[in-house]
Design a protein around this ligand. Sequence first.
Ligand code: PMP
Length: 433
Amino acid sequence: MKARAAESLLDRRHRLLGPSLSLSYRSPLHIVRGRGAHLYDADGIEYLDCVNNVAHVGHAHPRVVEAAARQMAELNTNTRYLHEKVLEYAERLTATLPDPLEVAFFVNSGSEANELGLRLARAASGRRDVLVLDVAYHGNTGGLVEVSPYKFDGPGGSGRPEHVHVAPLPDPYRGIHRGRTPETGAAYAADLGRVLDDAAAAGRPVGTFLVEPIPGTAGHVVPPPGYLPAAFAAARAAGAVIVADEVQTGFGRVGEPWWWAAEALGAVPDVVTMGKPIGNGHPIGAVVTTREIAARFANGMEYFSTFGGNPVSAAVGLAVMDVVEDEALRTNARHVGGRLLEGLDGLRGRHPEIGDVRGMGLFIGVEIVREPRSREPDGARAGALVEAARRRNVLLSTDGRAHNVIKIKPPLVLSETDADQIVDTLDAALAGD
Ligand code: PMP
């Protein structure tokens, strides 16, 4: 009976939704409820959710739900009227960033935030060309697919557009320079400098450096020490504005004392884009920049987002911030993330297929290889491990150029017991139990 119900959902989906949309897992899940770090399917089976970094403070957090319901029952309009909540939210959000980053814009998604980030940087630099890192993904709009090597070099992609320049992925495990050392960081920053020089020499100087501080779709690649500050310095010296895409990495995921991954890696961008976690499932995106860049953008053309910064979204955003602070979730990310990283690293001795374990806080990548010496990526095995973990009720996903990196980015409410469950589950899956 239940199986038939699930099958008919699948049939209806195929008929009703665009076919370019994919489903997770060989046997798709029918999830009907969420709480904390857990999801529940139609049969009441519980899954540990290590995929949905959107549910930052936990699925269906009662304080967030209540804030949304209360404001929804009172008023929802837009930013063309005065309202306290959007200002309080802007105050609280900008207070998490270093001083020059003090002016906020509100939108509805990570893609919309990056679109605006690009427009701000282009207005401030007066240049159209964009520098990105290899394998990067920055969003689903036409303009962002054009600056996302993950898409334009991937299936169905049409290659790198002329206005886009690609610097090597600063991957200390399998990139062109190896080792988590300052020398490797400097070597990758020098490579990026050469891409900037080549672009300028070709008459296409770069105006925007759009970058995830810890590249996500590339496989949660933590760059080597010193890379980010040196890369930012090189881009600034070439006249580029730096847009940090913190849609995945931001808002405390990398652990206390930080809110932002760029901050954790010692670098200050000119523009920060935010999405996913800041609304805990309610669609909120935001962009924060300097007063100077905001002023350059205000050239007479109005910028308006119908839903961006509306009172309900502001109330939700404030409630999410309250929970991050009141439940000390950045501390939890650091503590439980550290324990998880250590536990996963401990599996390497028993399972040589684990080539690398890296991450910060609760943003972790486990790289699966055929054998450690060759480092040959094993995407098929990584996919099989994700399926095996799903059968053990732990939800994981893969990414990276060869889809051989198991990504772990759970809600920040993950407990120590949950972390141990992830480690034990991967251990058993690797052993083929
Ligand atoms: N930037 C990054 C780094 C992302 O991972 C994503 C989404 N996966 C986006 C931007 C786009 O966000 P959204 O899907 O909310 O538009």
